[in-house]
Ligand binder design. Sequence first.
Ligand code: ACM
Ligand code: ZN
Length: 727
Amino acid sequence: MAVRAQTPELQAMAAFVARSLALVSGAPAAKAADGVDAADTTAQLALDASLASAEHYHLQISPQQVRLSGGGVPGVFYALQTLLQLLPPDVALRGLPAQGACTLACASISDGPALGWRGMHLDCARHFFPRDFILRYIDLLALHKLNRFHWHLSDDQGWRFPSRRFPRLTEVGAWRERTVDGHTSNPGRSYREQPHGGYYSEDDIRAVVAYAAERQITVIPELDIPGHAAALLAAYPEYACGPRADGAPYQVEAHFGIFPDVLCPKEPTFAFLEQLLAEVVALFPGDYVHIGGDEVVKTAWAGCPHCQQLIREHGLGDENGLHGYFVARVAGILEKLGKKVLGWDEVMDGGVSGDTTIMCWNSNAGERALAAGYPVVMCPVDRVYFDFYQSTSLDEPAAIHGLTPLRAVYDYSPAALAAGATAGQLLGAQGNIWSEYLATPEAVCYTALPRLSALAESLWRGEGRQWADFCRRLPALTRRLRALGYTVADSHYKALLTPDTRRDGTLRVQLAGGVPGVRCRYTLDGAAPDAANASASGTASPTWLEIDRECVLRACGETPEGAPCGDERLHVVPHLALHRPVYYWRDEGLQQAPELALLTNGWRGNERIFHYHEWVVFDAERVDIVLDLERVRRVRRLRFNLEAGAHRQLARPAAVEVLASAADQKWQALARLDAAALDASGAVDIDLGHCALRYLRLRLHNSRRYYSPETRQRQRMPLYLDELVLT
Ligand code: ACM
Ligand code: ZN
């Protein structure tokens, strides 16, 4: 197919379009529907000033001509992406099938994005991903008409930006000796004992920037300062306030979390940053540089005479003001270099200047930043952090924590925030992928897809989108992505068991897939649901299962190809204490604690994935709670659990005491478990004889200390507790 550009600005895009079309139509000449030879068809590229923005496009397919018009060059590029999406899913990779032509229907499509900033982030510090994968990741963004790639290039676990002036940043900072295996907060830590690391060369960066630019994507580099600086300080400890508090040398971190290693706001640090940022700016032509600014632990500043002197001298008030001072100094450097500054929302707390663009990840940060007048990019942690679990199914690979199913992403509407903001203040949104638990490109793709697709549709289509319509197109999109070589999760086709424990003491469980129309199979006896004796649900609407006895439900869903998928489990327990109130025991009395209602809601969390909303978490030396049966009853057995689900190990209390009383709250000891008994199993099962009681009291002694890699001290760890099952 001949490609013609109508204006000189479109010459480069014409070459790109010609290459893209050659990839898919290179083989035998395609025939258009009416017999016109594809070789005779032309693709015309044009600019059309009547379109609403540079990113809007009009795609016209007729027998003789494919016309790609854009308000600007990006619009023409998006017209091409739509054209490619109209081809059968596997054509884009393999070219046309040998046996013949593929036919495109005549069409006229006008379209444009709802939001201007449509981005994806990738953390290449926690794990390093080679240049080839970065290019494939950019292809993925381009396919979804995203236009910003936020490249997280430094963190405690590795420095990835090449500096000529400061070579130790990569010689030392790019490598760690080992990496924690399993969840970083597990008390019994183990390690992958191989060095991990790498960094991008200047050539890599130029190649990535050029490749992205060709696809209308701006690359935004992030060097995270002044916190998340362990790798930097391992290379140049002179930019810290002083030696590490524990006396060890600064090291590239082998663990994940938030560490106290922080840059000291002294003149040599700013001189270093000025030279380093000049190197960054030389390689990244985009208008923004991201300077991080999140999760700054300020204890080193609190103990540093220079920092304290600065706070007094500049009237900064405290270390938060010093954070603001730090960010303002760095922003000044970047502004002199002609760049705009982006920072995570914590930079607002130090009163950073109104020109700074705030990337909002914490809850309510978007509202606060907009009210304060900042330009805003949204990436709320509970909606678009794609390192969270995609389903509650036990076969999900380990993730950091949290749960963000596909639907939650699709339903996220950043534009809803903009109502009260000044026009143009809300730039858009992006998804973030932190790679603590993503060691390979395949793992990144699994966690990204198809959540990235859902976000892209929200950002592009805005309020016009429809979940059912997206789900209908999902199988074809998945086939296309897989044909292009990407790993795509099936999590949304897994079964989801959602308990509903009613006030009258009856229990029911909703069974449904993560998208409409998934056929689910289930068992009520703990057997694998692909067994012959599994029952199947319908697909038209969710199925409700009435439960009248303790059971372990297991369920799986089904992919569009008919393969069973998922291992969803739910242990439901009707019991005597269902919905009975649980209080804290304080000052010899009961203290209201609505958050403890999770302990008597009729289902156990320990057979689920690690998801922090499902457990009651106690971060205290002593936990003293009382369950009130509201009348005297005879009880035989108490069970509870100190586990937090798959992929997570927990610390155990040093002892647990169980006490009981009648209505008079005169306590009588029933049982005491020591550390050895608790270590042997996190599942506690106590025979209470045939005891009459109204109140049951649990005292957990959390006096054990574990080494915390984040504080680098031995400290108490939180206790997790689930269902108090009384029978
Ligand atoms: C962040 O997630 N710490 C920005
Ligand atoms: Zn200092």
